[in-house]
Design a protein around this ligand. Structure first.
Ligand code: GFB
Length: 317
């Protein structure tokens, strides 16, 4: 069990997940948190990561630092996605081993499972089929991280766990239309269409792919829960069980934003994996369940976007 004064390093503390983990840890009364900005510590640099661990010697590590993005970024910046993720995770996992971190939690992704995987996807389906092309480099890096943790546990007796989140969203998400995931992209597009009094909003693909969304505060709660389950070090899926098509998601977002124009589909853009629903029975059996419903999470995220997007707020008045 993590003690309130144990030293906890959160790698990627400014990102969607890392910032949510910090909020959850602070709320739970943990007082000895360490983190570094990218400018202070470049995690692709092995020596710097090793020096940082030698100096700080964290008891626990949440490895939430990663190069992430939506379908377009994954598909276009393929080299960056494989290189940066392999370097960051490999350096941090190795330094955690060398400097006796008690437990490390590595964040994987649901895209590690085969493209045409049986649904819902169970943890044991890993490496049973071909991956989705648009995010293969990212998925390969994440699979390497999971296997590095497993191999270290087996050879060195470390206690490193990996969690596989479904599609995440919430405050501190990336709203850049080129690089973002679908949910923040649609919140922004629909919001801007409303401001511009546009008759329609264009979204990518056919609208038929199915996705499961989990609010990042639920994700952070699950990460703390798994970190404390010390009798357990397998990989574990983290999902909400709430699945919608991209079309349904767009309709929900139009309701939340208050836009009654038409939704237009740009089928020249890729759809990606047809369906990506996690089987979360392993986590449920351990005693954890998601709390935040998609509708509620969307309202909260939209409110956060409005509050933090000063240009958009200014043009609302
Ligand atoms: O979140 P997303 O980009 O990635 O969602 P994935 C992609 C789905 O939403 C596709 C549709 O079916 C897109 O065609 N979509 C519609 C849009 N409009 C938009 C839009 O404006 N922006 C975006 N981004 N999509 C990613 C993986 O997969 O999910 C990563 O690439 C990772 O590796 C992440 O696993 C969780 O859900 O397809």
């Amino acid at each position: 069990m993590m003690n309130k004064t144990d030293k906890i390093y959160i790698a990627g503390h400014r990102g969607l997940v890392g910032s949510a983990i910090i909020r959850a840890l602070q709320k739970a009364g943990f007082t000895n948190l360490v983190y570094r900005t990218h400018a202070e510590l470049d995690l692709t640099q092995q020596q710097k990561v090793n020096d940082f661990f030698a100096h700080e010697k964290p008891d626990y590590v949440f490895l939430a630092a990663a190069k992430v993005g939506g379908i377009h970024a994954n598909n276009v910046y393929r080299g960056d996605f494989i290189y940066e993720n392999l370097m960051v995770q490999s350096n941090v996992i190795e330094a955690a081993r060398r400097h006796q971190t008690k437990r490390l939690l590595f964040l994987g992704s649901s895209c590690i499972y085969p493209r045409d995987c049986a649904q819902p996807m169970r943890e044991e389906y890993l490496l049973t089929g071909t991956l989705e092309q648009t995010n293969e480099p990212y998925a390969i890096a994440k699979i390497a991280g999971i296997k590095q943790c497993e191999a270290y546990n087996s050879q060195f007796g470390t206690d490193f766990v990996s969690v596989m989140p479904t599609n995440l969203y919430g405050q501190n998400d990336n709203f850049n239309l080129e690089t973002s995931h679908v949910l923040p992209a649609l919140l922004r597009k629909v919001h801007e269409a409303k401001l511009a009094k546009s008759p329609n909003v264009t979204i990518w693909g056919t609208g038929t792919p199915l996705r499961e969304f989990l609010h990042v505060d639920d994700m952070a709660a699950a990460c703390l829960f798994v970190m404390d389950k010390t009798d357990f070090n397998a990989i574990v899926n983290i999902g909400s069980g709430q699945e919608v098509s991209i079309r349904e998601l767009a309709e929900l977002i139009c309701n939340v934003v208050g836009f009654d124009g038409k939704i237009v589909f740009d089928a020249t853009k890729p759809d990606g994996t047809p369906r990506k629903l996690l089987d979360t029975s392993r986590l449920t059996n351990l005693g954890w369940k998601a709390q935040i419903k998609l509708e509620e999470g969307l309202k909260q995220t939209y409110a956060w976007f409005i509050e933090n997007n000063h240009v958009a707020v200014a043009s609302l008045v």
